[in-house]
Ligand binder design. Structure first.
Ligand SMILES: Cc1cc2nc3c(=O)[nH]c(=O)nc-3n(C[C@H](O)[C@H](O)[C@H](O)COP(=O)(O)OP(=O)(O)OC[C@H]3O[C@@H](n4cnc5c(N)ncnc54)[C@H](O)[C@@H]3O)c2cc1C
Length: 267
């Protein structure tokens, strides 16, 4: 499996084919264009960026060469090159100032509307998941659900472990296809079930573990302390990332994320 970061985004314009409410707080968007026939290979966790202008709209024609569009990151839930379709599952979060161009567009966009995307980008190599861990531990909130769903459906049938996924409400639970030995536990924000408490309460299994975590920034830091410091999971056997930060739009979150990662690695 080849992984590389999204160093050179190559924008392309797609058309919204369908936009459906998957669960009360998640919409499924299918984008299409003939050019997807030669879209690069994707892997679980691979992502694209949706591009917007400063008004949060999708028309980039007024942007000068120097101006960068605003970008919002979404995991690729499915790529169907034969039918030239790319599927994204987008969390519907907040209202007013608590929402942003990504969720706003997904909430209102109609089939036939164009949007530019960049990517794909890929997650860093995960040694334990690629080489075959003794067990797996997936943890995420709703923003990580599309990526976790892709991982779970791609794992070898004999895989064992846990997947803890936090969604807003009981109605946001989705059917997932996963090996029988991977116990899927759903937590509900509305029931005030804490992701970190539930993670730390689960029995630690013997052998090499492959850990994969994506969620809100502060939660990510709490879980990183648990997995890296308390459980001593080696760097190459864990992917842990914040997918958003409470109170910050993505442009500011990525700055915090970079600084935080540097500080953590510096010890
Ligand atoms: C690699 C990667 C893959 C991702 N994959 C997905 C995916 O498949 N589906 C998906 O929905 N998201 C995904 N995300 C998260 C998504 O990029 C962020 O939630 C992004 O901030 C949404 O943009 P926005 O324009 O809606 O809000 P922004 O303009 O970025 O933020 C506006 C406000 O909304 C708040 N906010 C942002 N996201 C959330 C949230 N989820 N819940 C509550 N408040 C929020 C911010 O704190 C801020 O106050 C992914 C992120 C990364 C890094």
């Amino acid at each position: 499996m080849v992984h590389d970061a999204m160093s050179k985004p190559s924008p392309r314009q797609l058309t919204l084919i369908s936009n459906q409410l998957l669960t009360p707080h998640m919409r499924r968007l299918v984008l299409g264009d003939e050019s997807l026939a030669d879209f690069p290979d994707v892997y679980p966790g691979s992502y694209i960026k949706l591009l917007f202008n400063a008004q949060g709209e999708t028309d980039l024609s007024q942007l000068s060469q120097e101006q960068r569009p605003a970008m919002r990151t979404y995991s690729i839930r499915a790529l169907d090159r034969l039918n030239a379709r790319l599927t994204l599952d987008v969390v519907m979060h907040g209202k007013g100032h608590e929402t942003g161009p990504g969720s706003n567009w997904a909430a209102t966009a109609k089939p036939g509307q164009p949007i530019c995307i960049a990517g794909p980008g890929h997650l860093a190599k995960h040694a334990a998941l690629e080489e075959g861990a003794d067990w797996v531990f997936f943890v995420g909130d709703a923003t990580a659900l599309p990526a976790i769903a892709c991982y779970l459906q791609s794992l070898p049938a004999q895989t064992v472990g846990y997947a803890l996924i936090q969604v807003k409400s009981v109605d946001d639970i989705q059917p997932l296809s996963a090996p029988a030995g991977v116990e899927i536990r759903w937590l509900q924000e509305e029931a005030r079930q804490s992701l970190s408490e539930q993670v730390m309460a689960l029995p630690w299994l013997p052998g090499r573990v492959g850990v994969w975590v994506a969620c809100e920034f502060d939660m990510m830091r709490a879980l990183r302390g648990y997995f890296r410091n308390q459980r001593s999971v080696p760097h190459q056997d864990i992917y842990i990332s914040s997918y958003w930060r409470r109170g910050k739009p993505e442009d500011l979150h990525v700055i915090d994320k970079r600084e935080d990662a540097q500080q953590f690695e510096a010890g």
